[in-house]
Design a protein. Structure first.
Length: 96
């Protein structure tokens, strides 16, 4: 069993976002939505993501050893802090 981690960096770019929206509208870019939930369920979504992150860290500790697991735990702590404060962690798009 292998574990692969990916660090993704994003930047806000209104021009690029407008281009992506145009591609979606034209049917050139498809977006798969796994699940739609009301905004009132945002805390549940954050809790679910934190649980998955904890499981990934646990698997990493078994497969890769302590260093990777410690990095993942540190990342998890960073993700939880904003969520606990009621802010959106990462990039979340909310639409009506």
């Amino acid at each position: 069993m292998g574990v692969r981690t990916v660090f993704m960096f994003v930047r806000s770019d209104a021009t690029q976002l407008a281009e992506l929206v145009a591609r979606v509208d034209a049917g050139d870019l498809a977006i798969e939505v796994a699940q739609r939930l009301p905004l009132a369920d945002l805390a549940t979504v954050h809790a679910r993501a934190a649980g998955r992150f904890a499981r990934i860290a646990e698997l990493a500790a078994q497969v890769e050893g302590g260093e990777l697991a410690e990095r993942l735990r540190a990342d998890q702590a960073a993700v939880r802090a904003p969520a606990a404060a009621g802010e959106l962690a990462g990039k979340t798009v909310l639409t009506p």
